[in-house]
Design a protein around this ligand. Sequence first.
Ligand SMILES: Cc1cc2nc3c(=O)[nH]c(=O)nc-3n(C[C@H](O)[C@H](O)[C@H](O)COP(=O)(O)OP(=O)(O)OC[C@H]3O[C@@H](n4cnc5c(N)ncnc54)[C@H](O)[C@@H]3O)c2cc1C
Length: 288
Amino acid sequence: MIPQSFEYHVAKTVNEAARLVAEFGGDGKILAGGHSLVPMMRLRLAAPRQVVDITRIPDLAYIREEGGKLQIGALTTHYKIESSDLLKAKCPLLPETAREIGDVQVRNKGTLGGSLAHSDPAADWPAAILATDAEIHAVGLNGDRWIAGQDFFVDILTTALVPGEILTGVRVSPFPEHAGDAYLKLHQPASGFAVVGVAARVVLDGQGSVQHAAVGITGIGPKAYRATGVELALRGKSPSARHLQDASAHAADGVEANSDLYASSEYRAHLARVYTRRALEKAVERAK
Ligand SMILES: Cc1cc2nc3c(=O)[nH]c(=O)nc-3n(C[C@H](O)[C@H](O)[C@H](O)COP(=O)(O)OP(=O)(O)OC[C@H]3O[C@@H](n4cnc5c(N)ncnc54)[C@H](O)[C@@H]3O)c2cc1C
């Protein structure tokens, strides 16, 4: 379908984009890679009167290490993350997650910031953002702030960004010592999005027991979540097959799993438990 007609604006700075979006109120939308916004507009699920293109703003596409953190700009494409040597060495979960997104065309155009701001319940990035304790940077008319990943995803297609705020980047700590990460996904065969996607990080102590476990899950509920029941069940335990299996049983605790033509809520909850166990096994193997 053809989108409703709209006015197109090119912002040259983040502040200009923030000002325009604030001025347009509910009628304005940011355009990044356009891989979610444009299909929504064509289906008339979104009908903004004003579209603000941020892709010409300089310095929003970068991957660098600064102040002891890895920093990734909002306009960085999935492909740039997938192929970054710095991230492969210092936070391999991120390139591993990027590889699972769509196809090569999607990865060449879609951006980290666009995916996070869109907060699709079946998107891959939210799981990795949660498992790595990443923080998200936002700039609005009243200044800037860092938002913890855990506070960022609020509901289906809803984030903690307030109207007029632009997501400018993400920061994450480098991979700790004695840690292993893994991202495992079951692709929906038609869309390629996640029926379930589990990002797991395990840090072992000197005795080989689990000092820290972080599990981010996407595709199951209205928003990605941290499986805290799994994390608590593993803390201080040896990462034996039995302990990983028992802990994974908590992967869908307290979550109302989505149901659709492809997967019932019971099946989705079952997949959450199975993929959590497998992701943890892989993370532990890598930590060793
Ligand atoms: C065929 C296809 C397959 C796909 N498969 C997958 C998949 O397997 N896994 C997956 O995770 N994703 C998948 N995607 C989505 C893709 O990852 C997109 O990159 C992502 O949805 C949105 O990023 P974008 O840069 O295209 O954002 P856009 O579409 O430009 O924007 C998305 C939304 O975020 C807002 N926005 C964008 N940037 C910012 C910003 N910096 N600050 C504030 N708001 C902003 C926009 O206003 C809009 O509401 C797929 C897309 C397609 C078309």
